[in-house]
Design a protein around this ligand. Structure first.
Ligand SMILES: Nc1nc2c(c(=O)[nH]1)N[C@H]1C(S)=C(S)[C@@H](COP(=O)(O)O)O[C@H]1N2
Ligand SMILES: [Mo]
Length: 326
């Protein structure tokens, strides 16, 4: 296993290492002109900022049709904000750590194993997974349990498409999502802030809800590493930590999974973790939130919406006490 990984890492060019032609050419011209001393300072600065921009948006394109049924009226968070303020503890606990440290994550080759209570267990490589169903662009709100939020144009398809293909048995009641935990690629995994691997889970009917998105990209491109490349889930009516990043395994099980944050602090992070302005976290209110890139620290916070505004999901919880099943 270890031998195979080292071959994968060094012999196969990673998509993130392949410089798009236009960027390569502008870089070559840039260097030529500097060498010739023929460039004015303003032009130099302009080229340099374009170079930075190219690095931000130079990932492989992922074309998808916008699904107008899945959008929000809110302004989309700028790409730069959405990719420089992240939670991804495998790369450190500071908000800026993932953008700085996730460069070491090797997202190709990558495969996801689907196992457990299914009639057709399978292992799919990332390309097969990407082609499994038509890709859609959906603009979702993401509300972190810490009190901030973003609005992101994700690319993916309903997880139900994949669930249908593997044919869950009648024993399957929950779905577990398991993230990669590799000390060699993920410096945060050497610390014991959480029990690795990061595990999240949903009830099968939640996983089958059309809103639950198997996510392969954002802003028209493959996911940047810090956002959970090459595949994550997005469950927009739940707090952000329910949406596991860099998934390597999806397991169908009988019992409610023991999830990473619930294990770490069961009194603070429930299995359900539906966004709910009426159920406070034991240490802070959940009634309002700060929109990253838009509402500064001093700005008045915006109201948090029940189920993050996704009222369709209410029927999943009829008759349940949401104070108890927080
Ligand atoms: N594997 C893994 N998945 C994770 C996390 C993590 O630390 N590890 N953080 C979660 C939290 S707390 C949030 S708010 C979202 C953040 O997603 P974003 O960085 O794309 O905004 O990812 C979630 N998924
Ligand atoms: Mo979060």
């Amino acid at each position: 296993m270890l031998i195979k990984r080292s071959i994968d890492q060094f012999d196969i060019p990673l998509s993130s290492e392949i410089t798009p032609r236009a960027v390569f050419e502008s870089r070559r011209d840039f260097i030529k002109q500097i060498a010739a001393g023929s460039m004015a300072t303003t032009a130099l600065l302009e080229m340099a900022s374009r170079e930075v921009f190219a690095q931000n948006v130079g990932l492989q394109k992922l074309t998808a049709k916008t699904n107008p049924s899945y959008t929000v009226p809110d302004k989309t968070t700028p790409y730069k904000d959405a990719t420089s303020y992240n939670n991804f503890y495998e790369f450190g606990t500071d908000k800026t750590d993932p953008a700085e440290n996730a460069k070491t994550l090797k997202t190709r080759p990558w495969s996801v194993t689907i196992e457990g209570e299914v009639k057709k267990p399978m292992t799919l490589d990332i390309d097969a997974l990407t082609r499994l169903a038509p890709l859609e662009e959906r603009i979702y709100r993401l509300r972190c349990v810490e009190g901030w939020s973003m609005v992101i144009p994700w690319v993916g398809y309903s997880l139900s498409e994949l669930i249908r293909k593997v044919e869950p048995t009648s024993n399957a009641k929950f779905v577990e999502f398991i993230s990669l935990a590799d000390k060699a690629q993920m410096p945060g995994v050497r610390s014991s802030v959480l029990n690795w691997p990061y595990v999240e889970g949903l009830r099968l009917d939640e996983a089958n809800h059309p809103l639950t998105l198997l996510t392969l990209g954002m802003y028209g491109q493959i996911l940047p590493n810090q956002s959970g490349a090459p595949v994550r889930v997005m469950v927009p009516w739940k707090y952000g930590f329910k949406s596991a990043k860099s998934i390597v395994k999806i397991r169908f099980v009988k019992e409610q999974p023991r999830t990473a944050w619930n294990q770490a602090a069961p009194g603070e992070y429930g299995f359900y973790s539906n966004v709910n302005p009426e159920v406070d976290h034991p240490r802070w209110s959940q009634a309002s939130e700060r929109r990253i890139g838009e509402d500064g620290f001093l700005a008045k916070k915006r109201k948090t919406l029940m189920f993050n505004g996704y009222n369709d999901v209410a029927s999943l919880y009829t008759g349940m006490n949401l104070q108890k099943f927080f």
